[in-house]
Write a protein that binds this ligand. Structure first.
Ligand code: 173
Ligand code: 173
Length: 323
């Protein structure tokens, strides 16, 4: 009798130990999106998460918690910094409340694959690690320039008398174009347009149909400027806790995600056609004015970065531009 219970106890300890061992091998990462659940960025993310979980059984899993309904979009950065969640899909402009440098990523003019080769990616991570307690994991959107969408026609790059919805991405440039600017999350743009609180908004070339803004949009100003940055970021302690196998698996999947970025050039062509079909007129300038417009965007963007954080802006600038 005694022997049997001892034996049972020993078996129980062994079984518990094995269960704990298995649990330690698989980690589940909680991920939030700062962008809408039904929008193009989450649409791109979902199949990746499915594949990640299918191939990562016993190693690493991702639990998608949700988008702005689960967490206000401008809070996602802080949630990653503090470890409330492990990962976020967000953009730097949404976590300037963590560090102003986050918004500098809109100024890259080379593909993320090149950023990994030329040292930009490492330079970004040094700052993200030190200032935001984050690992910058992967850029999943590129080749998506921002545009001005407005209901008030212009014949030159001047937004005098216009109220434009912004995030930090656009603030200095649109103010330099004489706009009155109003910051809102994407989720508030439709109502702001409907009520005439704003005449227009900044947004990338793709995605305006996701929240039905085409219903309230008359004109798109060309050309675009900067490059919309949407990336995965991770709480640094959570990242550092991963085993070598987990780290290698994550890295492999992140590179696979970035390898899908050729999608965005196709998407641009589709969205331009769709906007035209929806009756959105294009406002274009002559070539010299167009060039001056884009040059001004970068000049204002870098001047603002250099004022905000001179050392980091100086470090990033040569790494963000083509050789
Ligand atoms: O504090 C904030 O929420 C903030 O600075 C912010 C960030 C992104 C867009 C708008 C405001
Ligand atoms: O909300 C925005 O206009 C914005 O800052 C942004 C950034 C990246 C992708 C899409 C929108």
């Amino acid at each position: 009798m005694k022997m049997t219970s001892l034996r049972q106890a020993a078996l129980l300890v062994l079984a518990l130990g094995a269960a704990a061992g298995a649990a330690a091998q698989e980690t589940t990462l909680r991920l939030v999106s700062a962008f809408a659940e039904n929008g193009i960025y989450v649409q791109r993310l979902q199949p990746w998460i499915q594949k990640f979980n299918a191939e990562g059984k016993g190693v690493l899993q991702i639990n998608f918690i949700g988008g702005p309904k689960a967490m206000p979009p401008f809070e996602a950065g802080n949630a990653v910094k503090t470890g409330v969640v492990d990962m976020a899909m967000s953009t730097g402009a949404f976590y300037t409340n963590v560090m102003p440098e986050a918004d500098f990523l809109k100024l890259t003019q080379i593909p993320v694959a090149e950023q990994r080769r030329n040292g930009a990616f490492d330079a970004i991570n040094k700052v993200w690690n030190e200032k935001a307690n984050m690992q910058y994991l992967a850029r999943m959107v590129e080749n998506q320039p921002f545009h001005i969408y407005t209901n008030k026609k212009v014949d030159k790059p001047d937004l005098s008398g216009q109220k434009i919805r912004i995030t930090p991405v656009y603030r200095d440039f649109f103010q330099a174009l004489n706009a009155t600017v109003i910051t809102t999350a994407p989720g508030e743009v439709y109502t702001a347009l409907e009520r005439g609180v704003v005449d227009g908004y900044g947004w990338p070339i793709g995605g305006i149909f996701d929240l039905k803004w085409e219903e309230k949009t008359k004109f798109r100003i060309d050309p675009g400027f900067y490059d919309a940055e949407v990336s995965l970021v991770m709480n640094l302690p959570a990242y550092n806790k991963l085993s070598k196998a987990q780290h290698d698996y994550l890295h492999k999947q992140l590179l696979a995600l970035e390898a899908e970025n050729s999608f965005w050039a196709r998407y641009t062509a589709e969205e331009v056609a769709r906007q035209q079909k929806a009756g959105i007129e294009t406002i274009k300038f002559d070539p010299a004015t167009s060039k001056a417009f884009v040059d001004k965007a970068y000049q204002v963007g870098w001047a603002s970065a250099e004022k905000q954080s001179p050392d980091i802006a100086k470090r990033f600038k040569p790494l963000f531009a083509p050789k």
